[in-house]
Design a protein around this ligand. Structure first.
Ligand code: 1DF
Ligand code: MN
Length: 378
């Protein structure tokens, strides 16, 4: 279908007509998927080269991307094809799955595995490519800006350029950068820039840092199965107890995978943090203006990437609120049509369902409201 045909169908549906051979689209809400991966062929080649010449020695990178690059499986071939496509194949998949819009982000670890100059240049060029993609398909794609924390001041500048000049909707950082965490004040210019821009910072997973990955590796637990959540949940907790949200109270984070385990720990984190502070146990755990759970409720949003499972979604929805939980698929890593239908069946009011699938993403990422374009019966 061309865009014109889709607009026609939308119009005819709106006035209640039928459209020849196309059944009307009856779904009452738009679906925006908010953690969808992409990469350029250039970046894929840079990853392959770094695997071969050893110039990236991060064990998590070598485990994850060594697996994809070394695999001759159908799944790996499909993944490489899908992740680099920003036109026909991706739009066909979205049509079949019923995804009206994808919020695209450069796949992990993005530019963070390279030296500072290479990472900074690759962030700029991929942000330009992403912005051009959004211009080609403005109702189907929105984008998050990549930055290279290896050069914090450059990263802050690129965040400003990508949001102000390119129209990208926020910034994504894939957890640790070469074993370093953003609670180190040398990175805080990035938080200052993002807070001032009024856009969210998506803390997307990375494989565990070199310091913590060893016991994950022999059982293949280092990536999406569990290692990502350990790494990324730890990272966000470090930010909270370091006082990042005392210093930047308006900073808004987005976490995938329903919060990387943290919502389940809310009560115990508060209880234990109070005791740690009272006992003056570490100079790195100072008193905070708010409880960790307040920060997790007031400064964080949660997407369902990889976790489209009713009990977990409803738990986080009840705990964090209807305005803080958003749908995500995690294309092209977890493309399961039944998960979309499972989310359609969530026991939510029509208003909460529409917020979950589109309204929250439109507000949090500043995405313009738009039509339901896809039938979504795979
Ligand atoms: C995987 C999953 C890879 C996710 C990803 O990026 C990723 C995976 C490299 O399954 O290997 O973003 N994910 O977010 O769940
Ligand atoms: Mn992801």
């Amino acid at each position: 279908m061309t865009i014109d045909e889709k607009i026609l169908i939308f119009f005819l549906n709106a006035v209640g007509s039928n459209v020849g051979m196309n059944a009307p689209i009856t779904r009452p809400y738009r679906r925006i998927a908010t953690e969808e991966g992409w990469m350029t062929p250039e970046m894929a080649a840079m990853y392959r080269t770094a695997l071969q010449d050893g110039s990236i020695d991060d064990p998590g990178f070598r485990s994850l991307w060594g697996f994809f690059a070394g695999s001759t499986s159908e799944r790996a071939a499909t993944l490489y094809r899908r992740i680099q496509d920003l036109d026909d194949e991706r739009l066909r998949d979205m049509d079949a799955l019923g995804i009206d819009m994808q919020l695209l982000m450069l796949t992990a670890p993005g530019v963070q595995c390279f030296d500072a100059a290479t990472g900074t240049a690759l962030a700029r060029s991929t942000n330009d490519t992403l912005a051009a993609t959004v211009r080609r398909h403005p109702t189907r794609f929105a984008g998050m800006a990549a930055v290279a924390p290896q050069a914090p001041q450059e990263a802050a500048k690129e965040a400003e350029r990508a949001v102000r000049e390119l129209g990208l909707r926020g910034v994504v950082i894939n957890s640790h950068t070469q074993g370093e965490y953003l609670d180190d004040p040398k990175y805080w210019d990035i938080f200052a820039a993002v807070e001032a821009l009024g856009v969210p910072l998506y803390i997307h997973p990375n494989t565990p840092s070199p310091q913590m990955i060893e016991p994950f590796l022999p059982r293949a637990l280092d990536a999406a199965i569990f290692g990502f959540a350990c790494e990324t949940g730890l990272h966000v907790l470090r930010l909270i107890v370091a006082g990042v949200f005392d210093r930047f109270p308006r900073l808004q984070l987005v976490l995938g995978h329903l919060g990387e385990g943290l919502p389940y720990w809310l009560y115990r984190i508060d209880f234990m943090h109070a005791g740690i502070v009272r006992a003056n146990r570490s100079p790195g755990a100072k008193p905070l203006q708010r409880k960790p759970s307040d920060v997790l409720r007031q400064n964080v949003h949660y997407t369902t990437s990889g976790m489209c499972w009713e009990p977990a979604v409803m738990y986080v929805h009840g705990l964090m609120g209807a305005d803080r939980v958003m749908y995500a698929m995690d294309y092209p890593y977890q493309v399961v049509a039944d998960e979309v239908t499972a989310m359609d069946a969530l026991p939510l009011s029509p208003a909460d369902k529409a917020a979950f699938f589109a309204g929250n993403a439109q507000r949090v990422f500043g995405i313009a409201p738009g039509p339901v374009l896809t039938e979504g019966k795979p």
